[in-house]
Design a binder for this molecule. Structure first.
Ligand code: PHE
Length: 457
C-alpha cells in the first residue's frame, strides 16, 4: 500500500481499504513472501526439523495471531503512522515507533539480496544453466553465483529498484492485486514440487524428519528462532500492520482479518517445507545448509520434471512477485514516516530511503563474497543483520506493543476497538486480552533474555 502519507491526494487510496479484500490483500501480501518460501525452510533445517516446526506452530497461535490483532487494534484506533500510533496515548513511547522505522530498513537491506537471488535464478533458469546437473553441481552453482559480486550485486540493485519505483509511484495496491492472482499459481507449483519430492526414493524420510518432533532437539534457541520467525513472516513488530490498519474501516472484523492472514501465511510456510525436505533427503543434501537451502534444493526437483526449465522459470517469477509486496511494505514504513515528518515528496522520500537502504545492504551482499570470512560476534554480516533484527528487535518491539496496548491504553478503549464499539461478537475477546496482557509479555521477555544471551536454558 502506498497510502501511508498524509498527502491529501492519497485519500482515494484510503478508500480502497473500505473493501475487505483490499486490506486482507495488503496484509497477506506483506506477510507472504520470502519469509515463508525461503526463510522458514532453512530455519527449520538449521533447528532440527519436526521439533522446531511444533514450537513454531505453537508460537503462531499463542503469539502470532494475538500480536497481529493487537497491532491492528492499535493502528485502526489511532489512525496514524506507526510512530504516532505508539505515542497515541503517551508521547514517551515515540521511541518504540522510531525503532519500528529503523528495523524494517535493515531487514529490507538484506531482503533485497535474497530477492536478487530469486531474479538471478530466473536468469540462470532461462539461460539453461540449471538444467541437467548433479546435486553437487547445483550446490556449486549457488556458491559461484551468490559469490559473484557483479552478478548478485546487479540483481540486488534490480530488486531494490523494483521496490523503489513501485513505492515512488504509489502503485503498490495494483501490485497486490496482481500478486493475489499469481499466488494460487505459486501454491500449485509448490504442491507439484512437494509431490515430486516425496516420490523420489528416500523422499519420505524427509517428510518424517520434517513432521516428527525429536524432543531432544528442543533448546532455548529453538524458541528464539521460532518466535523471531513468527514475527518476521507475519510482518509483526515493524509498524507495518499498525500502519496498514490505520486505513482500515471501522466495521472490519479485526480478529477475523488477523486469523485469515496468519493461516494463509502459515499454509505457505508449511507447504514450502514439504517442497524442500523430501528433496533434501532424496538428493542427499544438507538440511542445515543455511540461506542457500531453497536455491540449492529446488533445481534438483525441477530437473526431474518434464518442462523443468519452464516450471523453474515460472517458480522464480512467482517468487519474485511474492517477495515484492513484502519488500514494498518494508520500504513504505520509513518512506511514510519521512513524508509525514519532513514534508518530503513521495518520490524524493522513496529515493532517499532506497539509496540509504541499498548502502546498508552492501555488507550482506559481500558476506557471500569477499567478506565471507569476516565475522562479528561469530556471525557473518548477513546472519548478524538477521539475528539482530528478527531475533532481538522484532520480539522486543512486539513486547513493547502488547505492553503499551494493555498497560498504557485503557482496557475499555481496547475492547471497544476490537469489537467495533460492541457491534462485533468476538467470543474470545477476554482470552485474547489476557494473552496479550500477561502471557505474551512473559513469553517475549523470556525469549528476549535468551536471544540477548542473558538467559541460557
Ligand atoms: N513477512 C515478509 C515475508 O515473509 C517479510 C517481511 C518482514 C515483510 C518484515 C515486512 C516486514 O517475506
Amino acid at each position: 500500500m502506498s497510502d501511508m502519507s498524509k498527502d491529501p491526494t492519497q485519500v482515494e487510496q484510503r478508500d480502497q481499504f473500505k473493501s475487505k479484500l483490499g486490506f486482507i490483500l495488503a496484509a497477506a501480501g506483506s506477510a507472504v513472501g520470502l519469509g515463508s518460501v525461503w526463510k522458514f525452510p532453512y530455519v527449520v533445517g538449521q533447528n532440527g526439523g519436526g521439533a522446531y516446526v511444533l514450537v513454531y506452530m505453537v508460537a503462531v497461535f499463542l503469539i502470532g495471531i494475538p500480536v497481529m490483532i493487537a497491532e491492528f487494534v492499535m493502528g485502526r484506533h489511532s489512525g496514524k503512522n506507526a510512530v504516532e500510533a505508539y505515542s497515541h496515548y503517551s508521547k514517551k513511547y515515540k521511541a518504540v515507533g522510531m525503532t519500528s522505522i529503523i528495523v524494517p530498513s535493515v531487514i529490507l537491506s538484506y531482503y533485497c539480496v535474497i530477492g536478487g537471488w530469486a531474479i538471478m535464478y530466473l536468469y540462470l533458469a532461462l539461460t539453461g544453466k540449471l538444467t541437467g546437473l548433479t546435486p553437487d553441481q547445483y550446490a556449486e552453482v549457488f556458491g559461484a553465483s551468490s559469490s559473484n559480486m557483479g552478478l548478485a550485486g546487479l540483481f540486488f540493485l534490480i530488486f531494490m529498484l523494483l521496490a523503489i519505483v513501485t513505492v515512488m509511484k504509489g502503485v503498490s495496491g495494483g501490485i497486490e492485486k496482481v500478486c493475489s492472482v499469481l499466488m494460487p499459481a505459486l501454491f500449485i507449483i509448490m504442491i507439484i514440487l512437494a509431490i515430486v519430492g516425496c516420490m523420489q526414493p528416500g523422499g519420505f524420510e524427509g517428510v518424517k524428519w520434517y513432521l516428527k518432533p525429536d524432543f531432544s532437539k528442543i533448546s532455548g534457541s529453538t524458541f528464539i528462532y521460532a518466535v523471531g520467525q513468527v514475527f518476521f513472516t507475519l510482518s509483526l513488530g515493524m509498524g507495518i500492520m499498525v500502519t496498514y490498519s490505520s486505513y482500515l474501516s471501522k466495521d472490519e472484523d479485526i480478529p477475523k482479518a488477523a486469523t485469515i492472514t496468519t493461516i494463509f501465511d502459515t499454509l505457505v510456510s508449511l507447504l514450502a517445507g514439504f517442497a524442500i525436505f523430501p528433496a533434501v533427503f532424496a538428493f542427499g543434501l544438507e538440511p542445515a545448509a543455511g540461506p542457500g537451502l531453497v536455491f540449492i534444493t529446488l533445481p534438483n526437483v525441477f530437473n526431474q520434471l518434464p518442462a523443468g526449465t519452464l516450471i523453474a522459470a515460472a517458480f522464480y517469477i512467482l517468487l519474485i512477485f511474492a517477495a515484492l509486496p513484502s519488500a514494498i511494505s518494508l520500504l513504505e514504513v520509513p518512506v511514510a514516516y519521512i513524508i509525514d515528518s519532513y514534508h518530503m515528496s513521495r518520490v524524493k522520500a522513496a529515493w532517499v530511503c532506497g539509496i540509504v537502504i541499498t548502502i546498508i545492504g552492501i555488507p550482506t551482499l559481500l558476506a557471500y563474497g569477499p567478506w565471507s570470512e569476516t565475522k562479528v560476534m561469530g556471525f557473518n554480516f548477513f546472519d548478524l543483520y538477521d539475528y539482530i533484527t528478527s531475533y532481538i528487535f522484532l520480539p522486543l518491539i512486539g513486547l513493547a506493543t502488547v505492553l503499551i496496548l494493555t498497560f498504557s491504553w485503557s482496557k475499555e478503549a481496547v475492547m471497544m476497538e476490537v469489537t467495533n464499539q460492541g457491534k462485533l461478537q468476538f467470543g474470545l475477546k477476554d482470552m485474547w486480552y489476557y494473552i496479550v496482557k500477561w502471557l505474551n509479555p512473559i513469553l517475549l521477555v523470556l525469549v528476549s533474555l535468551q536471544s540477548l544471551g542473558i538467559l541460557n536454558f
